[in-house]
Design a protein around this ligand. Structure first.
Ligand code: EPZ
Length: 421
């Protein structure tokens, strides 16, 4: 297993290109199942999760051709010949559950393994299932699989989500595009990835209104046609790299970054004393004078502070002047980066969903272990500001969500390298 070695100290200067969003691409790819015509995605990120979704779609009979070094995904689901998503693929990546709605809508049946939990929580899919049942699907759970069918097709309905679940909104939104009649999603998730999915589906002929708000209305159509769609910029990669000059000092321009994707996050950076400027090409981030100020953070569904940036923000708060409280309200176990940061001399007290961080002048480099995708990158950020060398092991977690992290950071002067075990 590879490790990444970071030697802290120097300021960062330069520019970092922001890739297409992993979490948009992982819902846009299953959308190909809704049509027998080709769907092509541009600005796709080169990540292991995308390879996993490619493998899953291919196992169903879809063709996914990766072009331009993976930035373009040309997909065709003309010949779907298998309606079962196997456990051995689904267990690797929870987003696999997002083939359920499209398969049901296209073929009237599907057998999809339950994804199981992951490091950050149990991650049930009950809201996905309830939403699809509201559209008339019959679902049986047995031997770890969801056996779903919708003889005669899905029917439009009103779906009230008790929680603004991103995945459940995506699954039911995709299914509703081919349901007979009108579907209204109440308390729908408002994430930019949902907006991106709706825009892609509309370009395929779907009739959708209200994406980005809590109420999305879909008029079902008989079929969807092909399209070409650019994947929206990755707001979590963007926020992550904005924190690099914030924690190490210096100035970095994130090319392709959009303020509307990270407004709540930028408000926290501003309160901490970090300068963020919109430029022609993206967002420029600078930390000029001294230590950042401690700020409190509460993670919420969009447009609130994103849970996927909580670990990275904690790394910054470990070096801030003062004490900050980070409250994680989305997942039940998303502080696994805290014990690793403690190894680097951070002062963190975790009680349930709250982490109280008292900033220190300097963190100390140490061997640490990545536990999940966002925790792994928070350790790299901490290493940029630490005295000495930090060795982050199990970086396969990182490869799921960050392309070329070593190249992107070293291009701005970071002393970082990847070593194979
Ligand atoms: C998506 O996960 C993202 N993944 C996550 O990013 C992100 O953290 C999350 O949304 C919240 O923004 C992808 O888009 C592939 P949810 P998802 O459904 O859809 C509970 C990353 O690091 N819940 O909004 O699973 C659930 O347990 C990943 O890129 C139910 O109880 O998120 C969690 O506590 C991590 N029942 C909360 O809701 C359900 O049926 C948020 O889940 C569904 C969810």
């Amino acid at each position: 297993m590879d490790s990444i070695v970071v030697t802290g100290g120097g300021e960062l200067r330069g520019e970092i290109p922001i890739a297409g969003a992993k979490n948009a691409c992982l819902t846009l790819m299953p959308a190909t199942l809704l049509s027998d015509e080709p769907l092509t995605l541009t600005n796709a990120p080169r990540l292991s999760d995308i390879v996993t979704m490619t493998t899953l779609l291919a196992s169903l009979g879809a063709e996914v051709t990766s072009l331009q070094d993976g930035k373009v995904l040309a997909m065709s689901s003309h010949d779907i010949n298998n309606l079962t998503a196997d456990y051995d693929i689904v267990r690797k990546m929870r987003a696999s559950i997002l083939v359920l709605g499209p398969l049901l809508a296209r073929a009237g049946q599907a057998v999809v393994s339950l994804p199981g939990g992951c490091a950050i929580g149990a991650r049930p899919v009950d809201l996905h299932l309830k939403g699809l049942e509201a559209l008339g699907a019959r679902l049986d759970l047995r031997d770890g699989y969801v056996h779903a069918e919708a003889r005669g097709g899905l029917k439009g309905a009103v779906v009230d989500f008790p929680f603004a679940s991103v995945g459940a909104t995506e699954n039911v939104l995709m299914a509703a595009t081919l349901a007979k009649g009108t579907t209204v999603l109440n308390n729908a998730a408002r994430e930019p990835e949902i907006v991106d999915l709706a825009q892609c589906l509309r370009s395929m002929g779907a009739e959708i209104d209200g994406e980005g708000t809590s109420t999305i209305t879909i008029e079902g159509v008989d079929r969807l046609h092909g399209a070409t769609h650019p994947v929206v910029a990755d707001r979590i990669e963007l926020g992550t790299y904005m924190l690099a000059p914030a924690i190490a000092g210096g100035e970095v321009e994130c090319i392709g970054g959009r303020m509307d994707l990270v407004r709540a996050f930028c408000e926290k950076l501003d309160a901490a004393g970090i300068e963020v400027t919109e430029t022609q090409r993206g967002l420029k981030v600078a930390r000029r004078n001294g230590r950042v100020r401690a700020v409190d953070v509460v993670t919420e569904p969009f447009p609130g502070f994103p849970t996927d940036l909580q670990a990275q923000m904690m790394a910054l708060m470990c070096t801030a002047e003062g004490t900050s409280v980070l409250e994680e309200k989305i997942f039940e176990n998303r502080f696994m980066h805290a014990p690793e940061l403690l190894r680097m001399g951070a002062k963190i007290d975790v009680h349930g969903g709250h982490a109280t961080v008292t900033g220190v002048e300097r963190l100390k480099g140490a061997p640490v272990m990545a536990t999940d995708l966002r925790a792994s990158v928070s350790l790299i950020l901490a290493g940029l500001a630490a005295e000495g060398e930090t060795v982050v092991s199990r970086v396969y977690h990182l490869d799921r969500g960050y392309e070329h992290v070593v190249r992107k950071l070293s291009s701005c002067g970071a002393r970082i390298e990847r070593i194979s075990a």
